[in-house]
Design a protein around this ligand. Structure first.
Ligand SMILES: Cc1ncc(COP(=O)(O)O)c(C=O)c1O
Length: 918
């Protein structure tokens, strides 16, 4: 494999890396350090009289200047060590400078500074010159204790700064479970930049001397948050900056502990709103108390009650006199034939296999101990009022929520291309189903998401038909498989404006990670529920609602559809989210969670929820899965922000590489927001997050404003120009030739999903593979005969342009529509009617069938028919089979169609049974 295309094409030696070319500040920092390393090494090589000295010194000085604005937010190397390095440049100490800069750059890249002190004074250079810690003597830090940084905000002199730092350092004790270093910044704005830049920050200490504005360049603030976040503070007294800073921190990184130190008297403080700080201290100098609280705060997140209980349990000597012979590996260690299983998994997994619910463990079905506690911690981490663990995936979570909420005959509005678990959930619950259409992307054979107008139109029509009180739930997938993300808060508010007690189920199977970065968080169900609840309570909201009510008194449907509706203050916030933790965060397969923010849960749902949970949950849940959910929660509370940021960066690196690589871009294109979201849903006008000419576009603005946005971590690659269809490309090229695994394709696209485990090297490998494929294609086409060339062009034409249009949901047959004037269908009775063979018949899929349908013959599906891809039912039981659907099925070149047997044909209801049913 040749080429070795670099992910971020290095800038010329004279250019200082700037933010506009970098998606993230961390990458920018790393790039600036490696540029400084290259420059100082070149300087060292030049000696004292080389001809490039002046140019290199100028570049080094520019890099120092650029880095200084960033380095003030990090404890390592720390601003004073950094300034010492700068001084070495002034003093012409080029060799020492090169040595130390290399040490810093390597320690930053390897993370060695977290594990031990890195010597940065020239005299100590007897230490190895590498930042790698494998060969170095350990110091106090390397006792295996996790490391973090604490941001202290106070406008203090250098001397006071040294005092503060050393006072906290003096509090360190050998028994401390963690170790931290401090970073001191002067202002509210610096705190915000600090917690965005520095992902090691786990706590912020806000002292009374803080200022509002930063002296520093805070361009990054405009990227992540609106500057107006701090503009509002201008109205405040400086004494109010502290509590306000706590609130801002909670908005950006809610997992961080904020400590407020005040010089107000306890009496004064009693009446003040102190924001969301963890603790208030009155005495600025009580460093031991502060130190212990900081450690305790981090420990709150570090605790994993169920994982610990399981570890403890596995150490206890117990006689096993219940089921589960695998427990403690007993059935394996005594075996002659399955020893390899024991060798492969190692002993611990079997030591932790048990069916016990006592002895320090707990029962998932009736949790009272460590599982209950682990669920409570998960609720905190994911911003829910309560959280339930599930050990058999979101497929089960979805059925639990639907059964708990929906009663037979209740109307549920759901997106037709939702996961099959919802359709089965509707059958089990006996819901009256109204399918809503997502906007289609015909040219890529995929669906987008359901436009808000479509949802409102359904609700308004049901209202006009006098059926609104039967509407129980709106169910949507966020984000969709392909990465389309709703404006969750807006959808809920406008729906509540029409029906104030509506329940929402957001299928966030793919979106558990979204909570851990501020841009995405706004568009998660739990965050939106919280903001909406707060907003509905505000007096100005009530006034706005009353005003709108007057102006809309006689409004017609069109006006209501075109107006941004305001929910009444008495609306109830009733929101559920189901997440496949295992899909996007650390958890064993099948580990999922249900998050609840339902104001009426206790009064109305709790019992039913319990029953539903009992219905679907195994009495032998897998403890390893539960423990992994507990540990996965610890991880996101301590490093979710870091991991998700890195994931976004890697995805952006792929987007940029494909867009700018001359060879790759000849055959492949990464679909952009502009390709996957029609213009009317992109109010910001942003079409692409990366533009080869303009660099990074306003990703953050589109996430604030647009009806739909694209999750950039899911990368849809258009491959039609290669002449292969998605399925062939996935199996024959990516998998068989290069061992690259993906799981979704459409006719002319493949989907690459990045996750928090995706590494820069796997991305580099992918890019190399794409370049090699493109190169091979070039070579093949150079040698093509005229006929071969024509055949290839025809294939491309067919894949790129002749794509069969996606069919709309036709309708439920009147036999399954209890109210003929409503679109709602009784999926359940259609589903069970087909159990009797005599009610069904089969028809061959082909031109004959098409002709019969076009002549007006009526046929009704007796089964779910689910082609993979696209992976959602194009027919459900009771649905009228349209010519459009048959045409689509005939054009599909996939081999896997669930519910369709090529030897028999499509399963339909007989005309007699339909007539009887009507
Ligand atoms: C949107 C959606 N919901 C639910 C599920 C089911 O999740 P699980 O595999 O955790 O059962 C999937 C699986 O792919 C999905 O895509």
């Amino acid at each position: 494999m040749g080429g070795g295309y670099q992910l971020s094409a290095r800038d010329s030696i004279t250019k200082v890396p700037s933010l506009s070319e970098h998606f993230s500040a961390t990458q920018l920092r790393m790039d600036r350090w490696s540029a400084l390393r290259e420059t100082t090494e070149a300087l060292a090589r030049e000696g004292t009289s080389g001809k490039n000295i002046t140019r290199l010194r100028e570049r080094a000085a520019a890099l120092f200047e650029a880095l200084e604005t960033i380095e003030r937010y990090f404890a390592f190397p720390g601003l004073s060590a950094f300034q010492n390095l700068r001084r070495l440049l002034d003093l012409n100490g080029h060799e020492e400078l090169a040595l130390l800069v290399r040490r810093v750059a390597r320690a930053l890249a390897s993370g060695a500074y977290r594990r031990r002190a890195i010597p940065l004074v020239p005299e100590e250079s007897e230490f190895d010159d590498l930042g790698d810690d494998t060969t170095l003597p350990s110091d106090k830090r390397s006792l295996g204790r996790p490391y973090f940084e604490v941001l202290i905000v106070d406008d203090v002199s250098d001397q006071q700064e040294r005092y503060l730092r050393s006072a906290l350092q003096a509090m360190r004790r050998d028994e401390d479970p963690f170790i931290y270093e401090t970073v001191i910044v002067p202002s509210v704005e610096d705190v915000l930049v600090g917690i965005l830049f520095n992902r090691d920050v786990q706590a912020v200490v806000i002292r009374p001397g803080l200022k509002l504005r930063s002296q520093n360049d805070v361009e990054i603030l405009d990227h992540f948050l609106s500057r107006s976040a701090t503009e509002a503070l201008e109205e405040l007294y400086p004494s109010e900056y502290g509590p306000e800073t706590c609130r801002l921190i909670a908005r950006v990184r809610p997992e961080i502990d904020a400590y407020l130190i005040t010089d107000h008297s306890a009496e004064d403080i009693a009446g003040m709103d102190l924001g969301l700080c963890r603790r208030v201290f009155y005495n600025q100098e009580d460093f031991l108390e502060l130190h212990l609280n900081i450690l305790r705060g981090v420990n709150r997140r570090y605790r994993t009650p169920f994982f610990n209980a399981l570890k403890e349990y596995s150490k206890q000597p117990t006689g096993v006199f219940h089921a589960l012979p695998i427990s403690r590996g007993k059935s394996i260690s005594r075996s002659h034939w399955i020893q390899d299983m024991g060798a492969f998994y190692g002993p611990n997994i079997f030591m932790a296999e048990t069916s016990a619910t006592s002895g320090g463990l707990d029962s998932l079905l009736e949790p009272r101990g460590p599982i209950k506690e682990a669920q409570e911690l998960a609720a905190r981490a994911f911003g829910a009022r309560r959280t339930y663990f599930a050990t058999n995936g979101t497929s089960t979570c979805n059925k639990i929520v639907v059964q708990a909420i929906v009663r037979p005959g209740d109307i549920v509005l759901l997106d037709r291309d939702c996961h099959k678990s919802h359709h089965y959930g509707m059958v089990l619950a006996g819901a009256s189903v109204v399918y809503m259409e997502s906007y289609p992307l015909h040219e890529y054979s995929m669906y987008g998401a359901v436009p808000l107008k479509e949802i409102k139109r359904h609700l308004l029509r049901l209202k006009a038909a006098g059926q609104l009180d039967r509407v129980r739930m709106v169910l949507l997938t966020n984000c969709t498989f392909d990465g389309i993300v709703y404006d969750v808060e807006r959808v809920m508010e406008e729906c509540l404006a029409i029906k104030p007690d509506l329940v929402f189920l957001w299928d966030e199977a793919w979106f558990a990670f979204a909570r851990f970065t501020p841009t995405y968080r706004r568009r998660t169900a739990m965050a939106a529920a919280e903001t909406l609840k707060e907003r509905l309570r505000a007096p100005e909201h009530a006034a706005a609602w009353e005003q709108q009510q007057k102006s809309l008194a006689d409004a017609d449907e069109e006006t209501l559809l075109n107006t941004r509706l305001i929910a009444p203050p008495h609306a109830r916030v009733r929101v559920y989210a189901t997440q496949s933790t295992h899909k996007t965060l650390t958890s064993l397969r099948q580990g999922s969670m249900i998050h609840v923010h339902d104001q009426d849960f206790r009064g109305e749902v709790e019992e039913a929820f319990h029953e539903a949970y009992m219905t679907h949950t195994s009495t032998s849940p897998n403890y390893q899965i539960i423990a992994s959910l507990d540990v996965g929660r610890r991880q996101v509370e301590l490093e979710g922000f870091d991991f998700v940021q890195r994931q976004i960066e890697t995805a952006m690196a792929i987007r940029r590489a494909v867009a700018t690589h001359p060879l790759i871009s000849k055959y492949f294109k990464v679909l952009t927001a502009g390709d996957m979201i029609p213009e009317q849903f992109r109010q910001s006008g942003v079409t692409s997050y990366y533009d080869a000419e303009q660099g990074w576009q306003d990703f953050w603005r589109s996430w604030r404003e647009d009806e739909f946005v694209l999750d950039p971590t899911r990368i849809t690659l258009l491959i039609g120009r290669t002449g292969w269809d998605g399925d062939t490309f996935k199996n024959k090229i990516l998998m068989d030739r290069y061992g690259i695994q993906i799981n979704k394709t459409s006719r002319n696209t493949v989907l690459f999903m990045t996750n928090i485990g995706t590494t820069r090297s796997s991305v580099a490998y992918l890019i190399e593979v794409l370049a090699e494929i493109a190169r091979d294609l070039d070579t093949i086409h150079e040698e093509d005969s005229r006929m071969e060339r024509r055949a290839w062009e025809r294939r491309v034409q067919s894949l790129v342009h002749d794509v069969p249009p996606l069919p709309d949901f036709s309708a439920f047959h009147p036999a399954f529509r209890p109210e003929p004037n409503l679109p709602a269908g009784d999926l359940r009775s259609a589903f069970f009617l087909s159990y009797d063979e005599t009610h069904c018949d089969y028809v061959d899929l082909g031109p004959d069938l098409l002709a019969r349908l076009e002549e007006g013959e009526e046929m009704v599906s007796a089964a779910f028919v689910i082609p993979y891809p696209p992976g959602f039912p194009i027919l459900v039981p009771g649905q009228i089979i349209s010519a459009e659907i048959v045409r689509f099925m005939m054009a599909l070149d996939v081999t896997e169609i669930h519910g369709y047997r090529p030897d028999l044909g499509l399963r339909i209801f007989t005309p007699d049974v339909l007539a009887d049913k009507q």
